[in-house]
Each structure stands twice: as C-alpha cells, then as structure tokens.
Design a binder for this molecule. Structure first.
Ligand SMILES: *Cc1c(COP(=O)(O)O)cnc(C)c1O
Length: 395
C-alpha cells in the first residue's frame, strides 16, 4: 500500500501535547490521584436557560433538516445585537457575520479561504496551536512574531521587516490570550490597525476570552478602533463565554469580503451548525443581554486567586492575570519547561502544559488551566509547593 499519511500531519500541532497525555496515563496507572490542569475546556455546564432552550429545540421536528452553512438569520441577528450591546459596534447580519462550528473550524479554514499557497502570514509565538496548523493546511509560510514579557506579550510591530509586512496577507492576534493570559491596550490595537492599513494586510483577531476577564476589566473588540472594520475580522466563541464548548458554535464578524470568502469555502465543506444548537446560542446571548446576568468570569477570578495565592505561599510568585482561564507561569531557574512539567506530574500528580508546546518562545514557562474547583486548586498548589521544596533540597 502507498503511504497513507500526509506530510502535513507531522508539520501540524506539537508532539508535546501527546507526550503530556502519555505521562498522565503513566501516572494514573500507578494509582496516583491526578489533578489535570492541562486541558483548556470549561468544566461547568451552560446556564439552565440555555439547556432548556436546547432541550425544547431538540423536541421541535423542524430542527432536523440541513441547516445553512452561514448560520440562520435569527442567530446572526442576535450576534449583531449582542455586539452592539457588548462593544457598541453595529454589524450587518447579512454581510458581516458568519456562523461557525466552533472558532476552531473558522480558524482552521480561514487561511485556505483567503490565501494562496506561497503567501505568508504573521502568527504569534507562543500562540494557540490552530493558528500555525491552519497555515500548514493552506501551504502558507508562517512568520513568527515573538511575544515576550518585557513587551507585555504584545508583538513589537516596529520589529517586523518592511518586506515581510508587504508580503504577509494577514496577522493573527489573540487578546486576552491563550496561553499567555495577556491583554491588549487600546493603544496597541490602534497601532495594529494603522500597521494593517499601511501594509494592506488583514488583522484576524481571536476574541475567545472576551467574557472571561477579572477585577472589572472588560476586554475590548478590535473593531472598536476607528477604521478597523476595513482591515479586520474577529472570531468569537460561545465555548468559553457561555460554557458551550461541546455544542460547537462560534462566529466570525467584520470585513465583508473576508466573511464572504469564508462562507464560500465552508459552503463546500459543511452544512452548518445544528439548528437546535443555534437556538441555544441565541438563548445564551439573550440571557447575557438581560439585566442582572451573571458572567462566567467570577468563578475563574476566585479560582485564579486561590491558585496564585497558594503558589505564592509555596514560594512561587506569579503575577495575577487579568483574563482567561489560564495562568502563564515563569518557571524557577534551572529547569526546562518540559523537565519541570514532567517531574511535577510524576511527583505531585498535577498536570500542566510545558510552555514550548505553544511555540519556542514559550520555553521557560508552563500553562496552568483553572479548570478545577477551588479546593482542588488549593490542593494542587500545596502539592506543587511540596514538590518545589523537595527539588530545592536535592539541588
Ligand atoms: C478555546 C479557544 C477557542 C475556542 O474554540 P472553539 O472551537 O470555538 O471551541 C478559540 N481560540 C482560543 C485562543 C481558545 O483558547
């Protein structure tokens, strides 16, 4: 038989995630109680109103035909109202919104829809893995933008060579960021929009964590910047904002020709999101717009405090992130990301992800996900503290 494995597969994704999964299996097989802070999936269900809407829709016989690839008009109209409510931005549901089977779907397909093989695109390092993988699928050359703590984990636009900026079709940004939990200032967004106008490139902003921010901070949409709609599209997901990760529903908004290109590509690939799930998505946004709604962020804010304070008592001081369900922690000197992740898991049973899984600039960090209850996070911090104390004695 001919080799039935595309060379694309080995160029996509990082082997580190499967390595960590393997360590975890090994540790669990030894009978150790594992606290998994590796995965980035919310551990709570959607609100009762959302589940009720889904339940009712599932019993409606009219829900079972093929949906449309771009999403029902009712869903897109609700997205437009939600964007107005949340960010003060007007969107045309007919031309400026496309519904997605998760933003992973849209991010995976966007490069294929708007580039040709041989084009280049600017992507963050470290970054969410699908960004680089989507370029492999589309045959697009990745140009990595290093994100470093001394720059607030923002790309230094002035460091991007003129020639690269001219060649690049788009620039991927993600604030609040996974894995960095960094946030962007309006000044940075303004500079990015100016940069995009100057070099005639598209900004693709992934805003998956807009509703997961703390201490009163409300992450902005890049479309709030004047003129941004001419140079930007934005991805939003109901996975994190409304605990609907398993439902697979998200959307992209912004520049109409980009919305159109993605719609055309997707209309050849899929038939859209189950109508019942779109109804549940409408219910989630409606509930969010109602007075007195309770955002998901409070839960993660308390968890963040428990973990960060627990680790500080254990001698590991990490600044408190302003958003996301992740803590991006600089590791103590003398370790590599992979070493400390592995040894910590084998001796304390706590799973974290080595930072270099998200790109080489992630070396020197680990990502800790706040996806367990407070008591478990407390326990994780104590076990990590015992591990670090023992390691200090040995060294
Ligand atoms: C979780 C996450 C998403 C959401 O993906 P869905 O496919 O919508 O579930 C998108 N971007 C980032 C950075 C994420 O962490």
């Amino acid at each position: 038989m001919k080799k039935l494995e595309s060379s694309r597969l080995s160029r996509m994704g990082s082997a580190i995630f499967s390595e960590v999964a393997e360590w975890k299996r090994e540790v669990a097989a030894r009978g150790m109680d594992v606290i998994d802070l590796g995965i980035g999936s919310p551990d709570r269900p959607p609100s009762p109103a959302v589940m009720r809407a889904l339940e009712e829709a599932v019993r409606d016989p009219s829900m079972y035909g093929y949906p449309s690839s771009e999403g029902s008009l009712a869903f897109r109209e609700t997205v437009a109202r939600w964007y107005k409510h949340r960010f003060g931005i007007g969107l045309d549901p007919e031309q400026e919104i496309v519904t997605l089977m998760g933003s992973q779907d849209g991010l995976a397909h966007l490069a294929m829809a708007i580039t040709d093989p041989g084009d280049a695109a600017l992507v963050p390092d470290p970054g969410y893995p699908i960004y680089a993988a989507s370029l492999v699928l589309a045959g697009v050359e990745p140009v990595l933008m290093p994100l470093r703590s001394e720059n607030g984990f923002l790309p230094v636009l002035a460091d991007i060579p003129e020639e690269t900026a001219r060649r690049a079709k788009f620039m991927l940004l993600n604030y609040p960021s996974n894995p960095l939990s960094a946030v962007a200032t309006p000044e940075f967004f303004r500079a990015a929009v100016d940069f995009a106008r100057k070099h005639e490139l598209l900004i693709v902003h992934d805003l998956a964590y807009s509703e997961m921010a703390f201490d009163g901070f409300r992450p902005p949409s890049i479309l709030e910047i004047e003129g941004a709609k001419e140079v930007a599209v934005e991805f939003h997901s109901l996975s994190k904002s409304f605990n609907m990760a398993g439902c697979r529903i998200a959307f992209m908004v912004g520049r109409p020709d980009v919305v159109r290109s993605l719609r055309i590509l997707k209309s050849n690939i899929d038939y859209g999101v189950f109508n019942a799930v779109q109804r549940a998505g409408i219910a989630a946004m409606e509930e969010d717009m109602a007075p007195g709604s309770v955002p998901v962020a409070g839960l993660y804010e308390r968890r963040r405090d428990v973990l960060i304070e627990g680790l500080r008592r254990a001698g590991w001081t990490i600044p408190k992130p302003k958003a996301t369900m992740f803590v991006w922690a600089r590791i103590p000197a003398g370790w590599t990301s992979r070493q400390i992740s592995r040894e910590m898991l084998f001796s304390s049973g706590v799973v974290v992800i080595p930072g270099d899984a998200f790109g080489s600039e992630g070396e020197g960090y680990v990502r800790i996900a706040l996806v367990q209850e407070e008591a478990r996070l407390q326990e994780a911090a104590e076990r990590i503290g015992a591990f670090l104390a023992a390691a200090r004695q040995l060294r």
